[in-house]
Design a protein. Structure first.
Length: 172
């Protein structure tokens, strides 16, 4: 576990905190916007948790694939979580979003990728040599990073934690 925590700390140390602040501020000023999460596989799962947390915080947020996902437009924000920045299905969704005027935020280890080039904000995440299986460290880190962002939004928006907790589903 010490190696795992050391890798996560290395990623945090290399994360552009100004870009994170930009993302937090964007969210704080987007309570009336539709927010859509775009991610595949384990990157998508960590993003799905964040999208759920945003709904607890009172945002109108959905994940790609939700059957009740409304139509996106220029009042929408797409949050993209992609390590490679080249996942074909996610790239297609991002292109569709851009054609509809959606504001795109990409979290990626590849700021030169096709998806990053389409984004309005890129939050680069450090790519490190990991001792873990495949891209596990990025998946772990993005999950933690999204929880950090949700915590910052909660703190800066001065929401009542009891109100937030009442937005959590009891049908589990």
């Amino acid at each position: 576990m010490d190696r795992v925590f050391a890798e996560l700390q290395l990623m945090w140390n290399g994360t552009d905190k100004e870009r994170l602040e930009d993302l937090v501020n964007l969210l704080l000023n987007s309570k009336d916007k539709l927010i859509v999460g775009l991610g595949a596989g384990r990157m998508g799962y960590s993003l799905q948790s964040f999208v759920m947390r945003l709904s607890h915080l009172g945002f109108n947020s959905f994940m790609i694939g939700d059957t009740t996902l409304p139509r996106v437009d220029s009042d929408s924000i797409a949050l993209v979580n992609t390590s490679s920045g080249e996942t074909p299905s996610i790239k297609l969704y991002v292109e569709q979003c851009k054609n509809a005027g959606v504001y795109v935020v990409a979290l990626t280890t590849n700021p030169q990728s096709s998806i990053a080039m389409l984004a309005d904000i890129i939050v680069p995440v450090p790519a490190i040599d990991s001792n873990q299986l495949m891209k596990t460290v990025y998946e772990q880190y993005s999950f933690l990073l999204f929880d950090y962002i949700a915590g910052e939004v909660l703190k800066l928006s001065e929401l009542d934690i009891n109100w937030v907790e009442q937005n959590h589903s009891i049908l589990e």
